[in-house]
Design a binder for this molecule. Structure first.
Ligand code: GLN
Ligand code: ZN
Length: 754
């Protein structure tokens, strides 16, 4: 056994799982039909992995929504309010994932958070006084059996107890230590059941080890695993880490009775030093993550073979693997017909990475340059694109004052208050309105050339007018045009800038059923024409209320694209920032007075270890954002928006973005951020989302009134805006209008009380 992967994408090469689950939610297909689709997807994956010549196939990496939720569900970590619904297991699982509103009751979804430094999101398990850990019959066992029936002795994978505790919320005064014994017993039971069914290797994912570890963390890890491993019997346990290095736990890990260690040699550069300086236990298997699981460029075989020869000097048994689950890359380049084949050969998605693993393994065993190595060497010797000297000269000439907006924010906000004369607690939305079938069809028809540009624009304008009217009728204060011309907030900009490439089927799971299709930053990025100006100007011409211009920020465009590996992210981001600065100034010139620059992904690439936060990231990411808005007039108001992540710990950096107003997700994170805003001196005006848009549930007016009070208890009322959590494009129209009506009515009620 010399090749494997940590996990494979699961949504289907054509997003079959997304469509099947959505049909199931709308009761168009039965649970059996959904299960059937899932089974076909799993079997197709296993067949692909086997055919590519990979020795050990993982299982348990399939999920209807999220694998952290699967592990919690398997362990019966299901809060009472969901159990009280008395639903069938699959529906109970979906209630946890997306909330439930129906005959059985009304509960919100579990909160959702970013998965480490990726654009994937996991559901946060909740431990409370009622938590009764026990092993349920869920997914893992059935999937293992299913693989077995297909003649594959797979390696079951699940989230390990340490990471599970690390990522969870604890309520009712409970803490991780209270659940150690029960978790140990449950994991031991899971292992023994899997062994009983014929499993040999079992993978426990412990990515939480790549965060900074305290003594208490290390002690907890040791306590958990000393006990679990003592009961593992004949099972071989693979401790799998990814997204970084295990520098502060290495000794601890290797002293425990694991059978294999999965280490990331792409993001975890330090792991190589650990092994070479501290050695690697002779009797253990090194699962070497040498193929990048998060990016789509072909692997440079020469470099990887050098790395492997260094590893060979320290470890006796090496299995070649990916640095992370392949969940973070699309299925295959085979379905890409629009990218020039000469360019396509620079790319490797999940399926191509399987071949890379096999070819590297063959070259390594052959100890000579195989034809595959020669082809690869030739590819890397061929230039990939033409540089743009002008943009690079501009970047080289940037001076500190180019990043600084004048006058200072306080002064600007006073000027803007006079200019806009908005009521206290101004209401707004985040940008997008429902992307109905008709909206998507209009775009698709235009793309296919079935309708003219005039027809396309006429439809969008009609939809904009309809929604401007709805917004006016609801009584919102600052309006948006609705983003009907956008498929995706990053793809739309990439499409209009020079330097990007797009896939047709390069979907990557973002959360649950939702996929994103990240653009590829292929070369130097340059703005060649106005992008949003016509749409914004049209919308503003239809109403007397201010309409926000709507842009995606440079850091988000970078973080939600597949970045280049041949220049630094700093330089790529500055190129994008300069392009967007041109757009901002153009919008301003055409009378758009409020411009929102979305940065939902700002936190995304924050290094996982705190010591690197500023030096490796924020020190360039924050200035890149400032560059975009630095040259506007004092009366022009710059908004930004951020979602699904915790900002508490980078709150100063967020204030330093120097936006005038920020809206962010708070509803699903239980408003904990508000306490932070209360405790620090936060100057930016804020709209903490007052309801969760990731769920179809309609919040009541009273519920929102309460939330507004919570906000006002912590933030001066002059600084507060009222808005939903995020854009509304994934929602249906009736629930959107109903929710916004309650939001505006709630705001009016609170205004009266002030
Ligand atoms: N303006 C975008 C929208 O409303 C923001 C989306 C996001 O934050 N993810 O869809
Ligand atoms: Zn958002």
């Amino acid at each position: 056994m010399t090749t494997t992967i940590i996990g494979y994408p699961r949504i289907g090469a054509h997003r079959e799982l997304k469509f099947a689950t959505q049909h199931y939610f709308k009761q168009r297909i039965s649970a059996e039909e959904l299960q059937d689709t899932a089974k076909k997807l799993r079997q197709a994956n296993w067949a692909t992995i086997k055919q590519a010549g990979i020795d050990q196939v993982p299982t348990g990496d399939f999920s209807f929504f999220d694998t952290t939720l699967d592990t919690a569900f398997l362990l019966n970590i299901v809060p009472q309010r969901y159990q009280d619904l008395k639903l069938a297991p699959l529906d109970e699982y979906f209630a946890l994932a997306r909330g439930y509103q129906g005959a059985a009751g009304d509960v919100k979804a579990l909160s959702m958070k970013k998965w480490f430094n990726t654009n994937y999101h996991y559901l946060v398990p909740e431990f409370d006084r009622d938590t009764q850990i026990k092993v349920r019959d869920w997914q893992l066992f059935a999937q293992f059996k299913e693989a077995k029936e297909q003649g594959i002795n797979a390696r079951p994978t699940l989230v390990g107890p340490y990471t599970l505790l690390h990522l969870s919320r604890f309520l009712d005064g409970k803490q991780p230590a209270d659940f150690v014994d029960a978790l140990v017993a449950a994991y031991a039971e899971i292992i023994s059941r899997l062994v009983g069914e014929g499993a040999e290797w079992i993978q426990l994912d412990e990515p939480a080890l790549v965060f900074d570890q305290t003594d208490a963390d290390r002690a907890l890890f040791k306590q958990l695993y000393t006990a679990v491993l003592a009961q593992k019997g004949p099972a071989k346990i693979l401790l799998q880490t990814y997204f970084g290095d295990v520098t502060d736990s290495y000794q601890n890990l290797t002293s425990l009775a694991f059978d294999g260690f999965g280490l990331d040699f792409i993001e975890g550069k330090v792991n190589l030093d650990l092994l070479t300086t501290q050695g690697f236990p002779k009797d253990k298997v090194l699962y070497a993550g040498v193929i990048n699981g998060k990016n789509i460029w072909r692997t440079n075989y020469d470099k990887t073979l050098t790395l492997l020869s260094q590893l060979d000097e320290v470890a006796d048994q090496i299995v070649l693997s990916t640095s992370t689950s392949l969940l973070h890359v699309p299925y295959t380049t085979k379905n890409e017909t629009k990218i020039d084949p000469a360019e396509l050969r620079y790319l490797a998605f999940a399926e191509e990475k399987l071949t890379e693993l096999r070819e590297l393994d063959e070259a390594r065993k052959a100890k000579r340059d195989t034809p595959a190595v020669l082809t690869n060497r030739h590819l890397f010797a061929t230039p990939r694109y033409d540089e743009d000297p002008a943009i690079n000269a501009k970047i080289a000439a940037l001076k500190p004052e180019d990043y600084k907006r004048l006058p200072a924010r306080k002064e600007r906000l006073a000027i803007q208050a006079k200019e806009f004369n908005l009521p206290i607690l101004p209401t707004t939305t985040i940008g997008s309105f429902p992307q109905t079938a008709a909206v998507r069809k209009n775009r698709a028809e235009f793309r296919k050339g079935n309708i003219t540009e005039e027809e396309y624009t006429a439809f969008n304008h009609k939809e904009e007018r309809r929604w401007l009217k709805i917004q006016e009728d609801l009584g919102l204060d600052v309006l948006v045009h609705g983003e009907f011309e956008r498929n995706d907030m990053v793809e739309y900009f990439g499409d209009n800038l020079k330097g990007f490439r797009f896939t047709e089927n390069g979907w990557v799971q973002s959360y649950g059923t939702r996929g994103v299709k990240p653009p590829i930053i292929w070369g130097d990025v340059v703005r060649t024409h106005p992008i949003t100006v016509a749409e914004s100007v049209y919308a503003q011409s239809q109403t007397d209320k201010p309409v926000k211009g709507m842009l995606t920020g440079p850091v988000t465009i970078l973080n939600w694209s597949f970045p280049r590996e041949d220049v630094s992210p700093k330089v790529s981001t500055e190129q994008i920032a300069l392009a967007l600065q041109g757009e901002v100034l153009d919008l301003e010139k055409h009378g758009i007075k409020i411009i929102q620059i979305d940065e939902p992904a700002l936190r995304e690439n924050l290094p996982l270890r705190k010591k690197d936060w500023n030096s490796k990231y924020l020190d360039w990411a924050v200035p890149a954002f400032r560059l975009v808005g630095a040259k506007v007039q004092p009366g022009t108001q710059i908004h930004t928006h951020m979602c699904y992540s915790e900002f508490g710990d980078i709150i100063e950096a967020i204030d330093a973005l120097d936006a005038d107003v920020i809206s962010f997700e708070a509803a699903r994170a239980d408003m904990t951020l508000l306490d932070v805003l209360h405790d620090v001196h936060f100057e930016t005006h804020v709209g903490p989302g007052v309801y969760d848009i990731h769920s179809p549930r309609v919040p009541s007016k009273d519920e929102i009134v309460k939330i507004i009070h919570e906000i006002l208890r912590r933030i001066p009322k002059e600084n507060v805006w009222i808005n939903p959590d995020c854009g509304l494009k994934t929602r249906e129209e009736p629930e959107t209008v109903a929710s916004l009506r309650n939001m505006v009515e709630a705001t009016k009620q609170v205004r009266e009380e002030l």
